[in-house]
Design a binder for this molecule. Structure first.
Ligand SMILES: [Zn+2]
Length: 387
């Protein structure tokens, strides 16, 4: 059985070990050592990567109580090799995992929340609590957790005897088998966990609750800590810098600047809509009454609402179909057709075939698109001799 060096010393990043076995496995090599600092995935934390001998450790897994190093290159049983962890990756995971224990332990202590789901990467973690928390509670949770970080509390890992275990009250995520490994943050949390953690809460650096959503009668929190929190803060800062340049506003005034631009945009939208209404009303007014069909061609940027209004106004000035086309020959035409006398739903198939188009609607109005050029469209409605 491999001696697990990470179990008592989570900061061991290099070690010497003897190769016990090496077997090919789907293009990789499954290596077992007499001792290892590589953590096999567990407790929500991914397996370690790094180097072993001359090759890469691509992943580490636990199978039947054994630590399996999945390596890029074969090793010789009996030889002694040096193993080195991808330390920054492992440390980032420990920062988030220990940060998660602070968050879950604090929410449990303050409001009795049970952690019923947990998923983590080296950048962030999501945790599910069985009850909802208010925005004020989430703010208090984040503040208290960071106060525990700044207090630089020691994190203790221990295996209590069965008698001690009886007396202890601790959080556990699933039924436990074998000796129970407890992770204690004094005054904050006591939780069964198999993963390596930082030694002092100060190493976590910072904990940030990034998002909270209702989830199955409780709440799902997305959090980050340590390097993940710094990367998040850095990315947020870059976004704020870019927005600050775009809005020509200082970073602490971005919400007000965005509100101002949005309200200007809304005013412009309303002014454009009013202008379109005046334009389509004028078009409809200037059309001569006709017993036949009536066609309007609008520039491409006209809104669908304006095209519909024009079709509604135009149908009163003709005895047949009032057809409004918006677009151009190159990109194609969007159409709206209205009529007081023609059943458009019945006629849609014939019109679409003639216009190389598709669309439909009610007997009083149909909408769609046509790829026929304007000259062809005019021939369909007015016949050859009208041009
Ligand atoms: Zn844990």
């Amino acid at each position: 059985m491999t001696e697990r060096l990470y179990d008592r010393d989570s900061h061991r990043r290099e070690f010497r070990a003897a190769v016990l076995s090496c077997a090919p496995e789907s293009g990789r090599w499954a290596v077992i050592l007499d001792r290892s600092a590589f953590f096999p995935a567990g407790g929500g934390q991914a397996g370690d990567t790094g180097t072993l001998g001359g090759g890469r450790v691509l992943d580490t897994e636990e199978r039947d109580g054994e630590v399996i190093h999945l390596c890029s290159d074969p090793l010789t049983p009996g030889e002694t090799v040096t193993g080195t962890l991808d330390w920054s990756l492992r440390f980032a995971r420990m920062q988030i995992h220990s940060g998660e224990h602070l968050v879950s332990g604090t929410a449990h202590r303050l409001w009795g929340c049970e952690n019923v789901g947990f998923h983590m990467t080296e950048r962030s973690a999501t945790l599910d609590f069985d009850r909802e928390l208010t925005a004020d509670q989430l703010r208090e949770l984040e503040r208290r957790v960071n106060e525990s970080v700044w207090a630089d509390l020691p994190i203790r890992v221990f295996y209590p005897s069965p008698e001690e275990l009886e007396k202890l009250v601790f959080r556990q995520k699933k039924a436990l088998t074998g000796p129970v490994r407890l992770v204690e943050i004094p005054g904050v949390d006591l939780c069964a966990c198999c993963a390596p953690h930082v030694e002092h809460t100060g190493e976590i650096g910072l904990v940030r609750l990034l998002d909270a959503q209702r989830h199955r009668g409780g709440i799902r929190i997305t959090m980050t800590a340590g390097r993940g929190a710094w990367e998040n803060a850095f990315a947020m800062g870059e976004s704020a810098d870019a927005l600050s340049r775009l809005f020509s506003a200082p970073k602490d005034a971005l919400p007000a600047a965005a509100e101002r631009v949005l309200s200007e945009l809304e005013n412009a939208r309303q002014a454009t809509a009013a202008m379109e209404r005046r334009y389509t009303a004028l078009l409809a007014e200037s059309a001569h009454d006709t017993a036949g069909d009536l066609c309007f061609f609008l520039p491409g940027e006209m809104s669908a609402a304006a095209a519909r209004e024009l079709a509604e106004a135009g149908k009163k000035k003709c005895g047949g179909i009032c057809a409004v086309f918006a677009g151009d020959d190159e990109t194609g035409w969007r159409y709206v057709m209205a009529s007081e006398s023609v059943d458009l739903r019945a006629k849609a198939k014939e019109l679409n075939a003639a216009l190389s188009g598709r669309g439909g609607g009610s007997s009083a109005m149909i909408q769609g698109g046509a790829s026929a050029p304007r000259a062809e469209i005019e021939r369909v409605f007015y016949g050859e001799d009208r041009r």
